[in-house]
Ligand binder design. Structure first.
Ligand SMILES: Cc1ncc(C[n+]2csc(CCOP(=O)(O)OP(=O)(O)O)c2C)c(N)n1
Ligand SMILES: [Mg+2]
Length: 303
């Protein structure tokens, strides 16, 4: 669906609000992950406010798209986005990681049924999403909705990820779209130092996936990437005019989203030490000041 200038302004403002809430909730919790959530805030915003077929007031709606978050540790961005989208009150975000909260440090479906899966142990989400896509095919529903799986680059180190990639490519699961948070960091280093992933796109291609690489901070480009992924779904290889038959067409798509970890707060950007650390009072104040200034700029630029 086309992104109008007005919609882009709305998304920029939302992403900024979501980032502010992430900082506030992490400060309140006193622990948690900062880099991944800030880096994925634009992607989550685009999906929850433009792409997803969902109804926050009716989370159990059977026809909804499914969004599986595989790298559960970035859940502050999931919770913040869901609250801002209307699934629950923004006020509840302050309960992150508190005893008995619905907002556990890693998503727990038993506590918060609005999330599609529990996650935290890395490398499992794509297999779960593949299972959903297979079930849709068996039920004849794979034309009715998309199954999205958000996953991280650190998860590319997990063997189970590649079992799912192999299975989905072989079975041409057309309504499956994976989004990889390619932020180049993992728990204690840069991915290329800990366990080199490149050439990552070629690896997915080798398993018969359609691959798109895009900046995860450009709403227009990201939106086009999702539309391309959906078009691959709608037009299998045999019906595509003028395009040579390719094993990747008509199959699943992966969007490799090039993200800046810690995006929006200069101090936190591109530094793996923010992988699993929450800001203290001073750092949170500095971060919120920067985001407020950015929010003001977004408003004035669009006036
Ligand atoms: C199976 C498993 N092994 C190890 C961990 C511990 N762990 C949590 S996050 C993480 C780093 C993963 O990299 P990535 O998801 O890319 O981190 P980010 O980009 O969010 O910093 C690790 C090793 C885990 N949660 N699950
Ligand atoms: Mg990473």
């Amino acid at each position: 669906m086309l992104l109008t200038d007005e919609k882009i302004k709305e998304l920029e403002t939302k992403a900024n609000d979501i980032r502010k809430s992430i900082i506030e909730m992490l400060l309140e919790a006193g622990s948690g992950h900062t880099a991944g959530p800030l880096g994925m805030a634009d992607v989550f915003t685009l999906f929850y406010f433009h792409i997803l077929k969902h109804d926050p007031k009716n989370p159990e709606w059977e026809e909804r798209d499914r969004l599986v978050l595989s790298n559960g540790h970035i859940c502050p961005v999931l919770y913040s986005t869901m609250a801002h989208a209307g699934y629950f009150l923004v006020e509840e975000l302050k309960t992150l990681r508190k005893f008995g909260t619905r907002l556990q440090g890693h998503p727990h479906r038993e506590y918060l049924p609005y999330v599609e899966t529990s996650s935290g142990p890395l490398g499992l989400g794509l297999s779960q999403a593949v299972g959903m896509a297979v079930a849709d095919r068996m039920d004849g529903k794979d034309k009715d909705r998309f199954i999205y799986c958000f996953m991280s680059d650190g998860e590319q180190d997990e063997g189970n990820t590649w079992e799912a990639v192999m299975f989905a490519g072989k079975n041409k699961l057309r309504n499956l779209i994976a989004v990889v948070d390619r932020n180049n960091i993992q728990i204690d280093g840069f991915t290329e130092n800990v366990m080199p992933l490149e050439p990552l796109a070629d690896k997915w291609r080798a398993f018969n996936w359609h691959v798109i690489e895009v900046s995860g901070h450009d709403f227009v480009a990201l939106n086009e990437a999702v539309e391309e992924a959906q078009a691959v779904y709608e037009k299998p290889a045999s019906t595509r005019e003028g395009s040579p038959a390719s094993p990747s067409l008509g199959g699943p798509t992966v969007i490799i989203s090039h993200n800046i970890p810690g995006k929006g707060v200069h101090e936190f950007e591109r530094d793996y030490k923010w992988h699993g650390k929450a800001p203290n009072k001073e750092e949170a104040k500095m971060a919120l000041d920067e985001l407020r200034t950015l929010g003001g700029k977004i408003k004035s630029e669009h006036q």
